[in-house]
Design a protein around this ligand. Sequence first.
Ligand code: CP
Length: 330
Amino acid sequence: MSDTIIRPERPSGGFSPKHLTGISDLSDAELIYLLDLAQYYGRLTREGQIIPQRLACRTQVNLFLENSTRTNVSFELAGKKLGADILVLPVAASSVHKGEALRDTCQTLAAMGADAMIVRNVEHGTSAFVADALAEVHLPCSVINAGEGTRSHPTQALLDAVTMLDSLGRSAADGLSDITVAICGDVRHSRVAGSNIELLQRLGARVRCVGPAEFMPDKSAYPHIEQFTDLRQGVAACQFVMGLRIQLERMKDGPTMSAPDFHDTYGLTHETLQFAAPGAKVMHPGPMNRGVEIDGRLADDRNHSLVLDQVANGVSTRMAVLDALLTEQD
Ligand code: CP
C-alpha cells in the first residue's frame, strides 16, 4: 500500500498570477509550489489514485495557431483529468482563415464562457496580447502561453524541471545547484531553450549551450551562459543533455550544415553520453528528428533517455498550472 500523497500547500502569500505568459510571472515561492503540485499530480497519476475534479464546471479552450502534438494534447488531457469542459478550436476550419483578428477570436471564445485559454502562436508576446485583449473587455479568463516565438515555452520548461527533479529523487526546494545541463543543437531558434535557461538558473543549475556557431544565441540574450561549439567538451560533466531539433520553420535562410553532417558532428548518441557525467540522462522536448539531432537508439533507451518521462510529466505539469491559476482554495 502506498503512502498518502499530500497535496502541497499554497505559498503563504497565496498564488497571485492570473495568467502564465512566461516563467518571470512566477515568484520563487509560486515556482516551487507549481513544481511541487506537478510532482503531486504525477504521483497521483502513476499510482492510479483518484484525481480531484477541481475544474468541474470550468471551461478550457485550446487556441493553437501553430502546429502541436504534445502541448495541445497534454493540455486537453490535463483539463479533462481535472473535470473541465474542453474545446480545442479547429483552427484550420475556423474564421481565423477568413481574416478574423486574433483580438476578435479570443474575445469571442472568452465571451462564450472560457475560464482558461491556452494559446500557441509564432509571434512572441501573443499570450500577453491575448490577456490584455480580454482584460480590455472585462472577460475574466486566464491565459496560458503554450509556446510562442523563439524565446518562450514556460510549461515545457516546468515539465522539464519536474522530469529532472523526479529523476534525481528531489523536490523543487532541493534545487539543482550541483547540476549542469547542456542544451544542444539549434538553441538560437528554440523557445524551449529560452524558458529552460530562465527556469533552470532560478533553480540554481548551470546551463550551457552546445552547437554550431550559427545555432548559438546572441551573447546578449543569455549573458551568463557558456557556449561550446565542441559537443564532447560541451557535455563534459553534465548530468542532463538536452537535444533540440533544427527549427527550419523559424529560420530566414536554411542551415549551412546538411542533416547528415549535423548528426555526425552534433548528434546525441550513446557515445556522446560517455563524455557526460556518470549516469547522465538525455532529454528532448520533441518533436524529434531521429538520426539528425538524436540517434533513435538513444532516444528509445529508457535507461538513459527521459524523453517519454517528459511527455508523461507534460500532463501532470499542465494539470498543476491549470489548478493553480483557476482555483483559489487548496
Ligand atoms: N515540445 C513541444 O512543444 O511539442 P509540440 O510542438 O508537439 O507541442
